[in-house]
Design a protein around this ligand. Structure first.
Ligand code: SF4
Length: 297
């Protein structure tokens, strides 16, 4: 019998490893940097105490303004539109003309007719508008455009502002049923701002003025005075536009500082930090102002 050779056990070939499907690594989305917070942190690091020192210095010069509502929000809106690119005193003339031409029988919720006439709000550059009821907004909204242009002509840029005023009044009435903007006081700041700026012709500055002065909403309207003074001191970078400046201020200031900062920056711009010849020799901010010393702390 033939001997059967012993079979050696041949190890099976190694099993081919199936490539394991790797889950794509979820990349963590980086949050876009908030320019306001970034700037506020940078300012706090390299120029500590600048915001507090500026507010304190202005307080010694002009006092601490106390918030008080002066106009109803619809009047404030129209007055602010009238003041766009015009001197406040001319905007007042146009507003007074509106009231005389489109009188209303409604009593102002802010002031009674018996109260002293001309009132203005802090930081306002004119002499104030007449007391009493606001104009008849229905009549203003529905007036023939040439007539309205004629009425507000003393305010300047009437041909641009008349349609803007009518469009704003129309939008408010269509959305709310009347011209009252009182409901904005019940909304959070961002919602109220979004509601107003969604109306064509109402920008961030105009909306912020209405909300800050009528409801104390902590927003910072950035006008030419606020912008100029802040850039000179170095509170905001030199190339910041008004829209970006608004965001920087919201990050730099506490909500309860917003009204005081706005009013005093405007007052400072009007009374001391003039566009042409700032009176630095009598300015309490001078030791920290980059206009005076580019290396000021
Ligand atoms: S020191 Fe002069 S430039 Fe600076 S804030 Fe005062 S007035 Fe303006």
């Amino acid at each position: 019998m033939r001997e059967v050779p012993e079979l050696h056990a041949v190890p099976p070939p190694p099993a081919k490893r199936r490539p394991v499907a790797r889950r794509p690594v979820a990349r963590r989305k980086r949050k876009p940097a908030d320019p306001g917070r970034t700037w506020a942190r940078r300012l706090a690091r390299y120029r500590p105490g600048l915001v507090a020192d500026t507010l304190g210095a202005m307080r010694t010069m002009y006092g601490r303004p106390v918030w008080q509502r002066v106009h109803d929000p619809t009047s404030e809106l129209v007055l602010t539109i009238l003041s766009q690119n015009s001197a406040d005193i001319n905007a007042e003339k146009a507003f007074d003309a509106l009231r005389a031409h489109f009188p209303s029988t409604r009593v102002s919720s802010e002031r009674q007719a018996s109260e002293p006439s001309r009132v203005n709000r802090p930081g306002w550059g004119g002499t104030g508008i007449e007391g009493g009821a606001p104009p008849d907004w229905d009549a203003v909204e529905n007036a023939p455009l040439p007539e309205l242009i004629d009425v507000i002509r003393p305010g300047g840029l009437a041909a641009q502002k008349a349609p803007r005023i009518q469009a704003s009044l129309r939008a408010v009435r269509e959305l709310r049923g009347d011209h009252s903007l009182e409901f904005l006081g019940d909304l959070p700041a961002t919602e109220a701002l979004a509601w107003l700026t969604a109306i064509g012709g109402i920008g961030r500055k105009t909306a912020s003025v209405v909300l800050l002065f009528c409801f104390g909403t902590p927003l910072m309207p950035v006008d030419r005075h606020v912008e100029r003074v802040s850039k000179r001191i170095g509170l905001i970078p030199p190339k910041t536009d008004a829209l970006a400046a608004h965001e920087l201020f919201l990050a730099m200031l506490e909500p309860e500082e917003m009204y005081e900062a706005h009013v005093n920056l405007i007052t400072h711009g009007r009374q001391t930090c003039h566009a042409r010849r700032p009176a630095c020799d009598r300015c309490a901010i001078a030791p920290r102002c980059r206009f005076v010393d580019p290396k000021a702390p």
